[in-house]
Design a binder for this molecule. Structure first.
Ligand code: ZN
Length: 276
């Protein structure tokens, strides 16, 4: 990996859905609000926001399962998620093996990039199986949006938008990226909110007199905080669609599953303001 390209970044992992997006015939650039008035039950949106929440839960729990503070938690469990550390170990070992000379922050960043890529693989695998069969609709990736992720630069504490991945990744400022982006504004705003958490932590770090060591563990812990925001935003959007569909009997089975998913969130204590 080219250090200058991949270093000092924290990535937001977006699902494969972003890559499967077919070019739109009439491209309306800029994300537009999907939850609009009048308040109708829209099966496609109900599907999109449930899949979005599922994706964010998968990411969040994978991070929790590899977070150092989960390892040291009582009984090795945190917010109901057991410590595994498998991807943490693989990422660190892989980064050391590829570039044995790396140490300190550079090693942490290289390992983190590997860790994020492993999580992305998991997300992609889940995205390939994503379905909303009970609603009789197939997932609409174009609602999810065409950006592949966002990241916050750890030097300038600015958030950036990415399109494409790996060698094909292009990075834009939020303003320029928004011109190029399509998809639901709710999901764009959710990703921006995730980066805002990184931005705040970045600025606190820069103001702080004592320099905290950047480690793979500290980077994972920072993203655990940021993904808490993502989970909340996804849950709010799904709850709105659930309410809009309550009187539609055809959605009963699907909404029951979605309610179970929303019920899982209580173990994260999102509203309590507790540290993750
Ligand atoms: Zn992040």
């Amino acid at each position: 990996m080219k250090p200058n390209d991949t270093n000092r970044r924290l990535h937001l992992v977006a699902g494969l859905s972003a890559l499967l997006l077919a070019p739109l015939g009439v491209a309306v650039a800029r994300p537009m609000p999907c939850i609009t008035q009048p308040a109708t039950c829209d099966y496609d949106l109900l599907c999109t926001f449930k899949l979005e929440l599922e994706e964010k839960i998968l990411i969040y729990e994978t991070y929790l399962a590899n977070g150092p503070r989960t390892k040291s938690a009582q009984a090795g469990k945190r917010q109901g998620v057991a410590y595994k550390g498998d991807l943490y170990q693989q990422a660190l070992a892989g980064a050391k093996q590829e570039e044995p000379a790396l140490e300190g922050e550079e090693l942490a960043q290289a390992a983190y990039d590997r860790f994020a890529a492993k999580v992305a693989e998991k997300v992609d695998a889940a995205a390939r199986k994503a379905e909303c069969n009970e609603l009789g609709v197939t997932p609409k990736p174009e609602q999810r949006g065409n950006w592949s992720g966002m990241h916050t630069d750890r030097n300038d504490c600015f958030g950036y938008v990415d399109f494409g991945r790996g060698e094909n990744r292009d990075t834009y400022t939020p303003d320029a990226g928004k011109e190029k982006a399509t998809g639901c504004l709710e999901l764009w705003d959710s990703d921006m909110g995730h980066e805002a958490v990184h931005k705040q932590l970045c600025m606190e770090r820069q103001r702080s007199k004592e320099k905290q060591a950047t480690t793979l563990g500290s980077l994972i812990e920072e993203d655990i905080s940021a993904y808490r925001y993502s989970i909340q935003a996804a849950a709010e959007a799904l709850k709105t669609m659930q309410i809009r569909c309550t009187t539609d009997k055809n959605t009963d089975a699907f909404r029951k599953r979605a309610d179970q998913l929303l019920g899982q969130l209580t173990k994260y204590q999102l509203q309590a303001g507790a540290r993750p």
